[in-house]
Write a protein that binds this ligand. Structure first.
Ligand code: ZN
Length: 391
């Protein structure tokens, strides 16, 4: 293990003007949504976030201002509109006023995530006259805040729920270099283990979503979700194994592919060779003849764990939970963020044996480290429960 050649791990560097900024978009006609947006803006500003005036067309000859990190997309329920995302690092929260006394909120709110291309929807309904704000995210389930206190406290609670979105950084840039040695173009024992594990998880019924999203979305919307978010149906979860030919590297499943059928190197399974904190970028080595796919968004998390713990040889992430009590992250940062990865890496570090750790990701799933893929499968046998607890 040549630890000294690894990229030093450090937090993302932020330009001061892109730090904690937010703006509003959308064309809602609802007085309620306007009230909600005002209250949330005050709460965001109280916490040090800076409001940017909604998008104005760039002036010729002048540099374009950096995009806001968080956009509050104010929509009417019957015509949710996507915003034009200027930056990959922008998170979108769609806010709508729903019907009164709506009970099956997921069914009403989930399609709005897709139709407005949001990371989160806040669906508001009055139940027996009491406002309930329901938070729905693409993979992390659903939770509720009631207006049963003063407005300031209420919006502080709302703020706390969107804080992970407003403050986190996606590490989803991929740099592909077509320099994979030809003896690895067909993979090796490590990639065959990954293919085998994907089939096993599929057979165990652990790859479909913890949330039955097919009940909430039409066939067309489901296809859209798969394309856009790289998840849905068969493509949840991810797997990786340390490379045999170079312990600084690891193989990992691609984003948005069927994990039950991982075959082609560079397309279904990729070799991760590094991380560049300056650009929040994952480096990958691919065969020259393959049109590469993006690596799983959780590559940064696996990178941190492999780098720190030479005994870890494999990592599996599934959207399911553990039968016995386990440690879990406190904040549900979005997948693929530096912050989620850091939190999980910290819990692995604290585990009695970091090379055989089972870590819960709040409202989301499990990350399991092991000495090999086969060893992880021996340990998880009989221990997995499909339903992730939500709080
Ligand atoms: Zn996940």
């Amino acid at each position: 293990m040549h630890q000294d050649t690894w990229t030093p791990l450090m937090g993302p560097r932020l330009a001061p003007d892109e730090h904690l900024t937010f703006t509003t978009a959308g064309d809602s006609q609802s007085a309620f949504v306007a009230w909600f947006a005002r209250g949330l803006r005050v709460a965001l500003e109280r916490q040090g976030h800076t409001f940017l005036a909604p998008d104005t067309p760039p002036v010729e000859g002048e540099p374009e201002s950096p995009p806001a990190r968080l956009v509050l997309n104010l929509c009417d329920i019957d015509r949710p509109r996507p915003i034009h995302r200027r930056g990959q690092g922008t998170f979108v929260v769609t806010i709508v006023e729903g019907e009164d006394n709506r009970r099956d909120v997921m069914k009403a709110a989930y399609p709005l995530i897709v139709r407005s291309l949001a990371n989160m929807v806040i669906y508001n309904t009055r139940v027996n006259g009491v406002l309930e704000s329901h938070f729905v995210t693409i993979e992390q389930g659903h939770y509720t805040i009631r207006l049963d206190s003063d407005e300031e406290t209420f919006f502080d609670h709302i703020y706390r729920r969107i804080q992970p979105l407003a403050c986190s950084h996606l590490v989803i840039n991929n740099q592909f270099t077509p320099d994979l040695p030809d003896y690895l173009w067909e993979g090796d024992e490590a990639t065959r283990q990954i293919s085998w594990a994907g089939k096993q998880l599929d057979g165990m019924g652990l790859l479909p979503a913890a949330i039955p999203i097919q009940e909430y979305l039409s066939e067309r919307e489901l296809r859209h979700v798969k394309r856009l978010y790289g998840i849905g149906g068969l493509s949840y979860g991810n797997l990786s194994a340390r490379a045999l030919h170079d312990p600084r590297y690891f193989w990992m499943s691609a984003s948005g592919v069927d994990k039950g059928r991982l075959h082609t190197i560079g397309r279904d399974i990729l070799l991760v060779t590094g991380y560049e904190p300056q650009n929040l970028q994952i480096n990958l080595s691919v065969p020259p003849h393959v049109e590469p796919r993006r690596v799983s968004v959780d590559a940064i998390e696996h990178y941190m764990i492999y780098r720190e713990h030479p005994q870890v040889q494999a990592i599996i992430h599934i959207h399911a939970w553990w039968r016995d009590p386990i440690v879990s992250t406190e904040v549900n940062y979005p997948c693929g963020t530096y912050e989620l990865a850091s939190e999980v890496a910290e819990l692995v570090r604290q585990a009695p044996d970091p090379s055989r750790a089972v870590i819960g990701l709040k409202n989301h799933g499990l990350t399991i480290t092991g000495h090999s893929i086969a060893e992880i499968f021996q340990r998880i046998d009989g221990m997995i429960v499909p339903q992730v607890p939500m709080s």
